[in-house]
Design a protein. Structure first.
Ligand code: PMP
Length: 284
């Protein structure tokens, strides 16, 4: 498969990752994942904006403009030709020798860009049936708003949930629900939609952004306030959102049913609107 490596599109077997790439040694880098529907990148501009925000938060100067990066990503997409999938791209702070914790001089060390495209199908089965999750303590750092390639905290949380037999982790920080291991988390109570406010404790999701827009049009009230584990267990519905998962109902947490233990009607309404928005986008 062809990948993008800095400015080149080459076969993945030709990519050389330097032993002293700071991404490899320190997880010193950022990434994005954009969904591709019918060959088009969904909410590309929003993902690129978030990428630039992440870069600024980690004090990294990107060696290309948004337009240049977009052109490179599109060049790769045309070359690979996958109609439905996702594009993953990351930038590490680059290759700096010797291995030192200090950030290298950005005038000397150039960030390293990599992007690849993989096919992904719509998660219709999970969307129809819902998934079962477990509560896990959110022990990640206080920069969860940065889309950092250092995902160990998220991986540990997911693994803890999986070890207990659940498919997903619902993260709890001091008793409050933050998000899921790789998605934002929502609950519905008495027709009102609740989710954690943006800030340092969660990733400001691009799908979350879309849902704000869709719920406004649907006349569904949204409150971005933190809620507790107890409040979530007493909710009528729960779902998670991400670019890849789109909207997936969570029907049970720690073996306790949420609502009647089936994907809820508000969730289904929002999912329907989400799919319609994708269809409008690909037709445009
Ligand atoms: N939170 C976390 C921790 C994530 O990894 C993701 C997926 N990137 C999200 C939320 C959802 O973000 P998005 O809707 O932009 O995919």
């Amino acid at each position: 498969m062809k990948v993008l490596w800095n400015e080149q599109i080459i076969d993945e077997s030709k990519v050389k990752i330097d032993l002293e790439d700071r991404g490899y040694q320190f997880g010193d880098g950022i990434y994005e994942v954009i969904r591709i529907y019918d060959g088009c990148m969904y909410m590309e501009k929003e993902h690129l904006d978030r990428f630039w925000e992440s870069a600024q938060k980690i004090r990294m100067t990107l060696p290309f403009t948004q337009v240049e990066l977009s052109q490179r990503l599109h060049r790769l997409a045309n070359e690979v030709g996958i109609e439905n999938g996702r594009i993953y791209f990351q930038v590490t702070r680059g290759v700096a020798k010797p291995r030192l914790h200090d950030f290298p001089d950005s005038a000397v060390v150039q960030p390293v860009l990599l992007a690849d495209i993989q096919p992904v199908s719509r998660p219709s089965v999970k969307q129809n049936l819902g998934i079962r999750a477990g509560f896990v303590e959110d022990r990640r750092w206080l920069h969860c708003d940065i889309k950092s390639i250092s995902l160990l905290g998220n991986l540990l949380a997911l693994d803890e949930a999986k070890q207990k037999g659940f498919e997903e982790a619902v993260l709890l920080r001091e008793g409050f629900v933050t998000e899921a291991s790789a998605s934002n988390l929502w609950m519905v109570k008495d027709g009102i939609l609740y989710t954690h406010p943006d800030g340092q404790l969660i990733l400001p999701g691009i799908t979350k952004m879309k849902i704000r827009e869709l719920t406004k049009a649907l006349g569904i009230e949204v409150k971005e306030v933190a809620f507790t584990k107890k409040e979530l267990l007493a909710a009528d519905e729960c779902f998670k959102t991400s670019s890849v998962a789109e909207i997936v109902p969570i029907i049970e947490i720690d073996k306790q049913k949420i609502g009647d233990g089936m994907p809820g009607k508000v969730t289904k309404r929002i999912l329907k609107a989400y799919i319609e928005a994708i269809n409008l986008f690909v037709q445009a």
